[in-house]
Design a protein around this ligand. Structure first.
Ligand code: UT7
Length: 319
């Protein structure tokens, strides 16, 4: 039922959008965004497709793991903002990588990377000796309303990837969902169907910020406590918390309630904003590439998102 992480990678668009840039577009300020969210800048796709970024992240993860694409047995992409409704991002990526394995996308909003790890664990339980590529990639700039200051200041684009192989490092994992279509949603359009009579809400991301904020803090604390209990561990055993990056105030509250030292909580929200499913995967890769982890470290990951979905896991770092 388990696996180990063989390698990680991430990729970002080149265009940086600062808070000052946004204050030229909507009624906001650097001061408001920094103090209310912890974000100072984010990356936004201009010429890149989100599949381009997924591809770059996947190539880096393969290189970091010492694997080649033809060794892959499965590709899972977590995304809510793929370039195509069909083919899936995973199939497009499979083609670009030159892999031949099955490939599919998974939608669990910001919890997508943790959902994908759980699905991968199921495949490892059927056949432990395989390699699975998990990619979380989001072009949130495609989904937000750039005239809504309540949402456009929060999100960014990016991709993170991990190659998983045979191992026993996933010590506990839990995913959850609490059906809710009002707190955080982005409707699909109806194309040009002549049969559709009702007018639909605009196909942008809509969010009740305060409601999601409350849900976020509670769910992050609960899910981390649940996976610690499942793994028979205590919070003192955690080397690093790798949380979804939605708002620095959410992270501070969750860390306080979990009674964890602040320095154990990894964050890159200041420079990346909220990249939805990609947050945890990018943060994991950035910590790996900067040599933050040592062999044997226990990592707690936690995320929440539209759905409303939740997820958390405990992973031993053995790379
Ligand atoms: O992964 C996706 C999940 N999403 C989240 O986790 C988001 C969770 N929620 C949040 O992070 C926060 O609720 C927000 C950052 C979205 C909002 O922060 P807040 O402290 O909850 O602000 P608020 O919604 O209570 O708004 C306070 C004021 C309002 O003005 P009034 O009514 O007091 O005059 C807003 O209109 O701030 C105003 N406001 C802004 N002002 C300047 C909202 N957005 C902005 C803005 N710039 N960008």
């Amino acid at each position: 039922m388990s696996f180990c992480i063989l390698g990680t990678g991430s990729a970002l668009p080149s265009r940086i959008i600062t808070n000052d840039d946004l204050s030229q577009m909507v009624d906001t300020s650097d001061e408001w965004i920094r103090t209310r969210t912890g974000i100072t800048e984010r990356r936004v796709c201009t010429t890149e497709t989100i599949t381009d970024l997924a591809f770059q992240a996947a190539q880096k993860a393969l290189a970091d793991s010492g694997s080649s694409a033809d060794e892959l047995d499965l590709i899972i992409c977590a995304t809510i903002s793929a370039d195509y409704a069909t083919p899936s991002m995973a199939c497009t990526l499979q083609m670009q990588l030159g892999a031949t394995c099955p490939a599919f996308d998974l939608n669990a909003a910001c919890t997508g990377f943790i959902y994908a790890l759980d699905v991968a664990a199921g495949y490892f339980s059927r056949r432990p000796d395989q390699k699975i590529l998990v990619v979380a990639a989001e072009a949130m700039s495609r989904l937000v309303d750039w005239q809504d200051r309540g949402t456009c200041v929060l999100f960014g684009d990016g991709a993170g990837a991990a190659v998983l192989g045979k191992g026993e490092d996933l010590l506990a994992i839990q995913i959850g969902a609490k059906g809710n279509i009002t707190s955080l949603y982005a409707p699909n359009g109806w194309g040009n169907s002549p049969f559709r009579s009702e007018t639909m809400a605009k196909s942008y991301l809509h969010m009740d910020g305060q409601e999601v904020f409350r849900f976020a803090v509670t769910s992050m604390v609960q899910t981390v406590e649940q996976v610690l209990a499942e793994a028979n561990l205590t919070k003192e055993d955690i080397a690093y918390l790798i949380p979804h990056q939605a708002n620095i105030r959410i992270l501070d509250s969750a860390v306080n309630r979990l009674n964890l030292p602040q320095e154990k909580c990894l964050t890159n929200i200041a420079k990346r904003g909220n990249t939805s499913a990609a947050c945890v995967a990018i943060l994991l890769d950035e910590a790996n590439q900067t040599g933050k982890f040592k062999k044997g470290d226990l990592l707690a990951m936690t995320a929440f998102g539209g759905g409303l979905t939740t997820g958390a896991c405990i992973l031993r770092w053995s790379k």
